[in-house]
Structures are given as C-alpha cells and as structure tokens.
Design a protein around this ligand. Structure first.
Ligand SMILES: *Cc1c(COP(=O)(O)O)cnc(C)c1O
Length: 455
C-alpha cells in the first residue's frame, strides 16, 4: 500500500493555472443579484461604480468554466503557495478512528488565512484599472490584513473599517494592517453618514460586519472614480479565486490516489468552503463521484441552518444590491462570539443555492464545543487553529468518531482556513471558563425575518 506522507506539496509545475467557476456546471444557476428599487437583475454598468470592473465581469459570468490566473497573481501566489495537504495521523490516532483525515492548511501567510488568495487578485485588477484606492471592511481582521498585504504589494492605498468589537479583542490586527500601510477605522465610526446614524440609534454598539460594509461602501463611493469597494467573501468572484484551494487539494489527492468521501469546511460568507469544495462539487454535478459536503456555522449566527432563503441586503445600512441567500436578516446584530469571521448574517448565493438544492448539508455548532475541538487539534496536529476553522474541526471529529462506531474507514477532507494566533482573547475565555454558548431564540430570528425586504 502506498505510504501517504504527513504533508504533500504540489510541485510548482503542477500548480493550477486557472480558477474554476462552479456556476458553469450548475444546472440551476444561483439567482441573480438584483436592484433593490426595481428588482431587476443588476447589469455590469450598475455594479461597476461599486466594484472593480473585471471583478464585476467575473461576478456576472455564469458560463466560463475556467478563467486564467494572471501572471502577476500567479507569481504572488508562489510566495506562499502551494499550501500543504496534510494527513492528520496524530489526530486519527488520538481519536482511534479508522477514518482517514486530510486537511488543506491555508494559514501559512501573514494574514493567517485563505483570504490572501482573493485579496491579491482583487488588488491586481484594481491596479490594472488604474485605481489608486480601495475601501473595505474586516470582521475578525484576516480579510483586512490580506487586502493590506495585497494593496501594499500593488501600490494601492487602502482604508479598512474594522468591526469595533473585534478591534477591541484583537488590537494587534490593526498594527499589522498599519504596517502594510492601510488606514484602519473602528466601525461604526463618525466618518460616514451611515456610521453616524447607527451610532445615534445604538450608541454602545460593538458594530457588525453588516455595519462595516455599509461604511466601507459609502467611503468608496465618496472618493469617486479612483476608488472602489472590495469584499472578501460571499460574492461569486471571491469563490472563483478561492477555487485555487480546492484545485490544489484535488491535484494533491490525485497524486496520493485518494478521493474524499466527505468534504467539510466552516462557512461565514462561504468562500473557503466554496473554494475548497468546488472541484469536488463539479464531480458531483457531472455524475462522476458523490462526496458529501458539510458546511459548518456557529449556532450563534445560523444562516444556513435556521435562516430564510430569501433576497436580502448584504449590509445593515441596506445600501447593497439584493442577494438571494440564506439569511437571518441584514439588521440582525450577531452576538459577539469569538469566531469573528463567521458573524455574517447571510451566505454566498452559490452555497445557498447548492444547499437549497440538497447538494450540500449544513450544521451549526456551539462555541464551547468548537474550542474543545480546537484545543484537541492543536495538541495533536501542532497548529493552533483559527476559531473559524475550528468549527470545521468540531464536525470532522464528530464524523471521525461516528466512523469509529460504525467501523467505517471514510476519507475526510477539510479546509483548515487559518491560524488563531490573534485570537488569544477567545482562547483565554475558553480556558478561564467565561466562554458562553449563545443561541438565538426563534422569536429573535422571527423579529429579524420581519425586516427582510419584500421581493
Ligand atoms: C474569513 C474567514 C472565514 C470565514 O469566511 P468564509 O468566506 O466563509 O471562508 C473562515 N476562516 C478564516 C480563517 C477566515 O479568516
């Protein structure tokens, strides 16, 4: 039998040269982004004032199966890619499971996450367009860091609206972003109209991703034609860029003559899981293989498991185009749990459609059980995982234990989307016992659903 190494790196000549667009193989496309006033599908001309033009093209492109990765982006990728495909031998042994556990580790860059895969592409296309400035938001800080790195490399200015609660928990994230030259503002702030309005209504608020998105868009629009807004998850073009994760994982597994029975990832806006699973989804859509896909989210922000499949805004200020997605309502301010990157009210329209059509499953897990899984993983696999990624680890461990009970040697592949080095406040509250499991009531969610736009 072939001996599987602890880590597999694709050789440079085998690195994927194209991103994969899963929409091209979906028999039912995700519903289009629509205009909040007219409810008509948004056109390129309508979204181009908000986003970088080439990204708008990618956003609306439901048919091109493979898209070339530009040479400059490819060269940047080579500074931190390929990411390793790891076999979790130690974890398997600790769990005494017959399951084979693989993970793709995306934390080996300064942003500590997969976010850089899309950040560098977005900064590249912005530069190509002749822009000088990008504006964005960040929740946990990984996206803001990644885009700071990418903008520094491409010579663009960047302003980042960082969710205030998260800034308090992770002050050094701000320092990293500033080191790369970005301007960082705690959101909600008094630098935008929407920020001032949110502060007036709710002075003590710690903010949310939805608020920060509203501010970042307003700031971008205010700067005129040299500036655009950039988003690090949810949208189709972000999932496209993240397909690099799945393409590499699949090629590495092929080298090992392996194929997953189950693919697992955490889902905040859906980009790491969407990217990881897309080439495997292709096999499923084309009837070649039938792996199971599991999206894992926090019980405190349960869009895929308890949300409505409905058109909704992407932000609290109700300024974005409407997206058809699983949502718990754009006015919902998620409880300040410690997985900042998973506190978005909605979900990628692609993932939402796949879930709606029964192609992927979803599970919600409470916070304390996630940190238990994180600590176990850290002990045996040596990497200190991001709280976000640890949601996936929780379900991987549950699946591996189920395999043990059933004496089934399943092959599990999961996305280890990042590291938790900036999450010591979170780990601390787990260790000192002050961490709680917050789960919204049905009434909480119903109140929020009542504010969904009528489409
Ligand atoms: C941002 C982030 C997530 C959540 O975002 P997705 O778009 O769902 O991937 C998950 N893990 C890490 C480490 C992140 O930084």
């Amino acid at each position: 039998m072939k001996r599987i190494p602890y880590k597999t790196y694709l050789p440079e000549e085998k690195l994927p040269q194209m991103w994969y667009n899963v929409r091209a193989d979906m028999s039912e496309q995700p519903d289009p982004m629509i205009h909040p006033g007219t409810h008509e599908p948004m056109t390129l001309e309508q979204i181009a004032p908000i986003f970088v033009e080439e990204l708008c093209r990618q956003e609306l492109d439901d048919t091109t199966r493979y898209i070339d990765i530009p040479g400059e982006v490819m060269d940047y990728y080579k500074t931190y890619r390929p990411s390793p495909l790891c076999r979790a031998y130690h974890l398997e042994k600790a769990l005494d499971t017959p399951a084979k556990i693989y993970y793709k580790f995306e934390g080996n860059n300064t942003s500590g996450s997969h976010k850089l895969n899309s950040a560098i592409a977005q900064a590249y296309y912005a530069k190509q367009q002749g822009l000088e400035f990008l504006s964005t938001e960040t929740g946990a800080g990984q996206w803001g860091t990644a885009l700071s790195m990418a903008c520094a490399f491409m010579g663009l200015d960047l302003r980042v609206y960082m969710v205030k609660g998260s800034m308090q928990q992770k002050p050094y994230r701000k320092t990293v972003m500033e080191t790369y030259g970005a301007g960082v503002i705690a959101s909600p702030s008094d630098t935008t109209q929407v920020g001032r309005k949110i502060l007036d209504e709710n002075p003590g608020t710690i903010g949310s991703l939805g608020c920060a998105i509203s501010e970042a868009i307003e700031a971008a629009m205010g700067k005129g034609d040299s500036c655009r807004y950039a988003l690090g998850s949810v949208l189709n073009h972000v999932l496209l860029h993240q397909s690099i994760v799945g393409l590499e994982a699949k090629a590495a597994m092929e080298m090992l003559e392996e194929y997953p029975d189950v693919v697992i990832g955490c889902a905040g806006g859906g980009s790491n899981l969407g990217g990881m699973m897309s080439p495997f989804i292709q096999d499923r859509l084309l009837g070649r293989r039938s792996p199971v896909f599991i999206a894992v989210e926090p019980s405190s922000c349960p869009s895929l498991t308890r949300g409505r499949y409905s058109y909704d805004f992407g932000d609290t200020g109700c300024t974005t185009p409407l997206l058809k997605m699983y949502t718990i309502g754009s006015c919902y301010i998620p409880h300040p749990n410690h997985a900042g990157g998973l506190r978005f009210h909605g979900m990628s329209p692609i993932l939402s459609k796949l879930r709606h059509n029964g192609i992927i499953e979803a599970r919600a897990v409470p916070q304390k059980s996630v940190f238990e899984a994180a600590a176990l993983f850290a002990k045996y696999e040596t990497i200190l995982p991001a709280p976000e990624s640890s949601h996936a680890i929780r379900v991987v461990i549950d699946e591996a234990l189920r395999c043990k009970e059933a004496s089934e040697a399943k092959t599990i592949l999961f996305s280890l989307s990042g590291t938790g080095y900036f999450d010591m406040t979170a780990y601390n509250s787990y260790l000192d016992g002050s961490m709680t499991d917050y789960i919204p009531t049905d009434e909480d969610l119903e109140a929020s659903f009542a504010t969904l736009p009528n489409v």
